[in-house]
Design a protein around this ligand. Structure first.
Ligand SMILES: NC(=O)c1ccc[n+]([C@@H]2O[C@H](COP(=O)([O-])OP(=O)(O)OC[C@H]3O[C@@H](n4cnc5c(N)ncnc54)[C@H](OP(=O)(O)O)[C@@H]3O)[C@@H](O)[C@H]2O)c1
Length: 242
């Protein structure tokens, strides 16, 4: 396959954690990768880890809390590659756990924008392009917070529950079209999103690479295999008895 025939994957939040691991996996699988987040140094480190030099890797600096960011990201990708085959809506954000009444409006809006509005907009735009191309895959990274609704995570849980509902609806709407939509729902993953906490045993959390492998398997599976949702819990409970 020549370089220009290689499929293209957009990975949001590719600078660290699950996004970086997913970018590395997809590069290993032969994808050209578009790496999106806000921090250039982290994206450069991810690019180096993929072994893909420009133009087989593209860095796009975006703040997905901004309303125009999804369309800018898609346009930038299409300007360079002229196609998008995979979208991994992975970027996510939450402040340290705190009660709803102590959550600022700015944090509330950022959580909803990054975890829900941006993935919806990116899915809407990318799906249109994938339908024209005749196929593709969209993987949304939610969280078990969206299933369990834990205290002190109300807005984050609402955003992730919304992303799960949105993904299921997109699966229903796009089934049979050649565009896969799947939502991956991890429990605790050992990344910078989870601050140090003496009540958590990090060695029992999922590794970001485990989530990345699951994402890649869904993408690589034959068209007729598309888990609508995949819940990934660590096999051992990271929560220490109090
Ligand atoms: N870690 C867990 O236990 C866990 C569990 C379940 C689900 N998840 C979900 O998994 C996904 C990845 O999380 P992670 O644990 O890998 O977190 P992480 O290590 O903190 O990485 C988050 C990535 O998202 C990017 N990001 C954050 N805000 C952004 C914004 N406004 N615009 C663009 N990019 C932004 C970050 O880059 P910049 O800061 O440079 O922008 C970073 O690259 C998230 O959706 C998260 O909700 C995580």
């Amino acid at each position: 396959m020549s370089d220009t025939d290689r499929p293209v994957a957009i990975i949001t939040g590719a600078g660290r954690g699950i996004g970086r691991a997913t970018a590395i996996e997809l590069a290993d699988e032969g994808y050209r990768v578009c790496l999106a987040a806000r921090t250039r140094e982290e994206l450069e480190a991810t690019r180096a880890a993929t072994g893909l030099a420009p133009p087989d890797s593209l860095i796009v600096l975006v703040d997905l809390a901004q309303a125009q960011a999804p369309s800018n990201l898609l346009e930038t990708t299409l300007d360079l590659y002229g196609r998008v085959d995979v979208l991994v809506n992975n970027a996510g954000w939450a402040p340290p756990r705190r009660s709803l009444v102590k959550t600022s409006e700015a944090d509330q809006d950022r959580m909803l924008a990054v975890n829900l509005r941006a993935p919806i907009a990116l899915t809407r735009l990318a799906a249109a392009r994938m339908l024209q191309q005749g196929g593709g895959a969209i993987i949304n990274i939610a969280s078990t917070a969206g299933l369990r609704s834990p205290a002190l995570e109300a807005v984050y849980a609402a955003a992730k529950a919304g992303l799960i509902a949105f993904s299921r609806a997109c699966f229903n709407e796009l089934r049979g079209s050649g565009v896969k939509v799947s939502v991956v729902i991890p429990g605790l993953v050992d990344t910078a999103l989870i601050p140090p906490n003496k009540h958590l045993d990090r060695t029992r959390m999922l590794a970001p690479q485990a989530v990345a492998r699951a994402v890649t398997r869904i993408i690589k599976a034959p068209a007729e295999i598309c888990p609508v949702e995949l819940v990934l819990e660590p096999s051992r409970n990271p929560e220490r008895a109090r």
